[in-house]
Ligand binder design. Structure first.
Ligand code: A3D
Length: 326
């Protein structure tokens, strides 16, 4: 995948990093914006099934490149050939929630969309790292894994990074401090049964359980669990996109720059945390080849019970995926 035509100041060949974003809707456009802002790749392809949509959005983005100092190439297309040789692909294609809908309501339609997108991507980038954003995420990332035939390390779901960002933000607001100084982890399903761990949340190294009253922490946990629905309720015709786009790009950046970031992501678990054969949110190390390792640690009995609710819900979704993929 290296491009020998591109050389640095010493004439040494430079790897030209290529990122594809599938879906030029709200999240895909946000991801394009953040990818340019952070200059995570020298080439970015935006692809959508709707003719003109990604072309128009790419053109609009190109016009901002002098202002955001992005000097790479941006292509908008409906043709998968343009995605050839992508090091990393963010999949946002699919339907999004409307008020009153659960993420599960999207299941059947999005399985078909994610399957066809994955087949097309793998045809041109058989060694890529896939970052799946389409909901219901824990089932869609499983779909991409099954359809792509990629090793489990190369298929990752974006959800924990977003849920943890929301959780950190709420803790920071409660304490009146910068969200930057809050460290917190959300595990499990991306849904009502997600598991924001209060035991591990800290601010500047101080455990939040020592400084936030229990009832307030419980409210913060509930608000985190319903953070997505709160935004859908306000926007009415779409779901959150600014932070989801940024979270997907943070993960892509970890791949494209081999950063070895520790991020909560939906990873394929094979025994870790007592879970087998499912994608579920857990802390992982992300580098150039995708997930380098899952960071496993002992859960309390209460946390194990809470994680079981996630497992049961994702198992039901995965049964539906397996039925539809047969
Ligand atoms: P939206 O703005 O509707 O964009 C979706 C885009 O996908 C549209 O432009 C469609 O044309 C395109 N599309 C549909 N089918 C195909 C196809 N076969 N090939 C290529 N493109 C296609 O939605 P959005 O951007 O707001 O959300 C996208 C997805 O991300 C939805 O499923 C959301 O539920 C999900 N989402 C997940 C999170 C997580 O944290 C996991 C957060 C926010 C959104």
């Amino acid at each position: 995948m290296s491009d020998s035509a591109l050389r640095d100041g010493y004439g040494i060949p430079v790897i030209k990093r290529k990122l594809t974003i599938v879906g030029a809707g709200a999240v895909g456009t946000s991801a394009l914006h953040w990818a340019m802002q952070k200059a995570v790749a020298e080439e970015i392809v935006l692809i959508d099934v709707v003719k003109g949509l990604s072309e128009g959005k790419a053109l609009d983005a190109v016009q901002s490149s002098s202002l955001c100092r992005f000097s790479g190439q941006i292509t908008g297309t409906t043709d998968y050939e343009a995605t050839k040789g992508s090091h990393c692909v963010i999949i946002t294609a699919g339907l999004a929630r409307r008020p009153g809908m659960s993420r599960d309501d999207l299941l059947d339609k999005n399985i078909k969309i994610v399957s066809s997108v994955t087949e097309n991507i793998i045809r041109y980038s058989p060694e890529t790292v896939l970052i799946v954003v389409t909901n219901p995420i824990d089932a869609m990332v499983y779909t991409a894994f099954k359809v792509s035939g990629l090793p489990k390390s190369r298929v990752i779901g974006m959800a924990g990074a977003l849920d943890s960002a929301r959780y950190r933000c709420l803790i920071a607001r409660e304490l009146g401090v910068s969200p930057e100084d809050v460290s917190a982890l959300v595990m499990g399903i991306h849904g009502d049964n997600m598991l924001p761990l209060t035991r591990l949340a800290s601010v500047g190294g101080v455990p939040v359980e020592a400084i936030i009253p229990r009832e307030r922490l419980e409210e913060i946990v509930k608000k985190t669990q319903h953070g997505g629905a709160e935004i859908v309720g306000l926007l009415k015709t779409q779901s959150a996109f600014t932070t989801p786009g940024l979270c997907a790009v943070e993960m892509a950046e970890a791949v494209l720059r081999d950063k070895r970031r520790v991020l909560p992501c939906a990873a394929y678990l094979e025994g870790e945390f007592g879970v087998n054969g499912l994608f579920l949110g857990a802390p992982v190390v992300i580098g150039g080849a995708g997930i380098e390792r899952i960071i496993e640690f002992p859960l309390t009995d209460e946390e194990k019970d809470a994680l079981k609710l996630s497992v049961e819900a994702v198992e039901r979704q995965v049964e539906a995926v397996n039925r539809l993929l047969m």
